[in-house]
Design a protein around this ligand. Sequence first.
Ligand code: NCD
Length: 425
Amino acid sequence: MTAYLITSVSVVGAAPTDLLIRDGVVAEVGAGLSAPDATVIDGTGLVALPGLVDLHTHLREPGREDAETVESGSRAAALGGYTAVCAMANTSPVADTAGVVEQVWRLGREAGLVDVQPVGAVTVGLAGERLAELGAMADSAAQVRMFSDDGHCVADPLLMRRALEYVKAFDGIIAQHAEEPRLTEGAQMHEGEVSTRLGLIGWPAVAEEAIIARDVLLAEHVGSRLHVCHVSTAGSVEVLRQAKARGVRVTAEVTPHHLLLTDERAESYDPVFKVNPPLRTSADVTALRAALADGVIDIIATDHAPHAVEDKECEWAYARPGMLGLETALSIALDVLGPEWDLIAERMSRTPARIAGLTGHGVDPAPGAPANLTLVDPAVRRTIEPAELASRSRNTPYARMTLPGRIVATFLRGEPTVLDGKAVK
Ligand SMILES: NC(=O)N[C@@H](CC(=O)O)C(=O)O
C-alpha cells in the first residue's frame, strides 16, 4: 500500500500541519513530518475533512442502470468528497429482502469507491401495506440498520408504529419520507403564491408537517429512533424543535437544494427543478439554514436522485421528481454556511456517520483514525457543467452556476479514490 504525506494542510480549519497516511490509517499528524517512501501531496491552502457521509442517496441499481449504477453513483460520491453513502431502497426490485440489500452491498464493495450501506424498505414493495423482512435484512451481510420507504411515506400510523417497535430490538432507525399522500394528490410544486400564479397543483407544507408531528409522537410513545428525511418547511423545523426539547429520539436532514433554491425556480417550467418535497419559499430557506446552524436539523443529506433524460426533459407534469446532489453538496454547504469547517464536518460527516452507525467514518484525521478523509480547496470557484459530472444522469439544478470549493482528493481506508480532482478508477 502506498503511503501519502499531505503537507501543510488545515485539519478541519485548524492551523496547517502534516498528515501521514499509511496502512489505511492516519499514522502521524504534526509539523515537519518526513516519510521517504511516501507520495507527497502539497496541502497548502487545502482543508482536510473527515470523509463525507451521505444518509440519502439513490443509486438506481438494480433496475434503472441507465440513470445510475452503484459504481457510477459511488464515483460521483467520491468526487464529491464522500467516503460512505446510504443507498435508498426504491430500486426495482425494491430493496425489501436480504437478497436485494446484499446485492447492493456487494456491488458497492466491488466498486470500492465509497462504502455503500444499503437502506432497507420498511414495507413490502414500498406499498405501505405490510412490513418487509426487517429482521432478515438486519441479519444479512449488509447489516441493515436504517429502513425507509423513501419516495413514499409510511402513511399508515399502525404500520409506522410497528416498524418503530420492530427496529428497537437492534437499535435500528426508521427514516421517514414525510408526506401525507391525501394532501398531495396530483401535486406538482409547493402550494403557495407561485403555484397559484402558474396554475400548478400545490404540495402544501402541512402535508409534511402533519406526518412529522404524528411520527415524533409515535417515536416518543415507542421510545424508538426516528429520522426525518429532507425537511423542507419552517413549520417542520418548529415541530422538530419542540420534539427535541422533550427528548424525543429524532434526527433530521435537509438537502443542499432546500438550503439554496426556492419555488420561484418553477417559473422557468424547467423540470430539473421538480423535486420531492418541492422547493419552498425564501422564508422556509431562511428557517432551514437557521435550524442547520442551531442543530434542530442534524445533517445535510443529498437526496441524490438521478433520472434519465426522458424522465426529466419532458413536460413538467410528466417529469419525475429529483435532482443530482453528490458532486455539488460540499460546494452548496460552503456557499450557504461559509468556511465553518467544524460545522460542515459535523453536519456532513460526524453526525450522519453516527446516525447510520457507520464505524470508521465521521472520524477526524488524528493518529490511529481510519484514513477516510477528503481534501477541499476552498479558494477555487468552479462552474458546474452537467456533461462533466460522473453521474450517469444530468439532472443537476446547478448547471452553469459558479460555486465555491473543489474536492482535490478523497481517501477510503488510506487508498485514494480521487486525486487531483479526478477519480482514480
Ligand atoms: N426526492 C425526489 O424527488 N425523488 C426521489 C424519491 C422521492 O422522494 O420522490 C427519487 O427516487 O427520485
